[in-house]
Design a protein around this ligand. Structure first.
Ligand code: NAD
Length: 261
């Protein structure tokens, strides 16, 4: 008997879809188990999927995610409300493919003491109050001194989110890599940055150090923490992966076309 959970946006459409889905799933013999689900259905948008992934971060190896989008199709969601019957038929058929998407890891350190965070879309480091200085190291070797608002470090699946708004490249999710994009860098006779998005292979560690991290925020997908008091941050591809259960043929470039063109 499959155990499932539902994470949804709290709007009327999502609530009524959840109720219909629960009826169908109980007829199929599925058991609701919010503690230890094997399948997590999300009803809402990409933001709802981000919340669900963070909620089950400790169980990613055993959980498979299926997204129902209450607007148009999203990047992490394969079904729209009109396709609920189709989804139920797919669940009955039992034919599917599980796709693994890499997560990014940030090790935020104060001396020897570090905290670890994971992101499905991206991390950003931002100072909205004053010009932020960041020294950028690639595999422990100094690369550049950044001055500006901040930096965005994104996964391939997150490349179509904030990264895209910053002029970053769209990266196919099967390319195990991560990307660095600038947020309003200062470039003049005194300060110079590379000014191009950079894509790193999966064994890279990117380190950011600052004279201080006062007033600096680290965003972690839809969440954020303050970096005051920390010394440095190390970014790399995480050993954790998120598994999305897909029933239809997946074509990343079609998804991009549908979303943006
Ligand atoms: P949300 O759910 O409203 O999401 C914000 C927008 O980002 C939505 O349009 C959503 O569909 C889109 N989105 C999220 N992930 C995506 C992806 N992988 N590919 C394409 N589009 C994607 O708000 P939230 O819950 O706060 O979501 C947090 C996300 O919002 C962040 O991870 C970040 O990527 C995005 N964001 C974007 C900007 C920007 O583009 N200027 C600014 C802040 C946050």
């Amino acid at each position: 008997m499959a155990r499932y959970s539902i994470i949804m946006r709290e709007d009327q459409l999502s609530i009524s879809l959840a109720s219909k889905l629960m009826d169908e799933l109980s007829a199929l013999g599925y058991l609701r188990d919010d503690e230890n689900p094997e399948i997590v259905f999300t009803i809402g948008g990409d933001g709802t999927m981000l919340k669900a992934v963070h909620h089950y971060l400790h169980r990613l190896e055993t959980v498979r995610f299926i997204g129902i989008h209450t607007g148009k199709l999203g990047f992490y969601t394969d079904f729209i409300p009109d396709e609920m019957d189709e989804l139920i038929s797919y669940l009955k058929s039992g034919t599917y493919t599980d796709y693994a998407f890499p997560l990014l890891k940030a090790k935020v350190c104060k001396g020897e003491s570090c905290s670890v965070y994971h992101a499905l879309n991206e991390f950003t480091i931002m100072n909205a109050v004053r010009t932020q200085h960041l020294d950028v190291y690639i595999n422990a070797e100094w690369f550049e001194s950044f001055q500006g608002t901040g930096l965005c470090i994104s996964t391939p699946s997150g490349s179509s989110a904030y990264n895209k708004s910053l002029g970053g490249a769209l990266v196919h999710p099967q390319i195990k890599s991560f990307q660095l994009t600038e947020i309003a860098s200062i470039n003049n006779n005194v300060y110079r940055t590379i000014s191009s998005p950079m894509i790193f292979p999966c064994d890279t560690t990117l380190t950011l150090k600052a004279r201080d991290f006062n007033e600096v925020i680290l965003t972690i997908d839809h969440e954020h923490i303050e970096l005051k008091g920390y010394d440095e941050i190390h970014f790399s591809i995480s050993e954790l992966q998120v598994y999305f259960r897909r029933f239809k043929e997946d074509n990343f470039w079609r998804r991009v076309q549908r979303a943006f063109l």
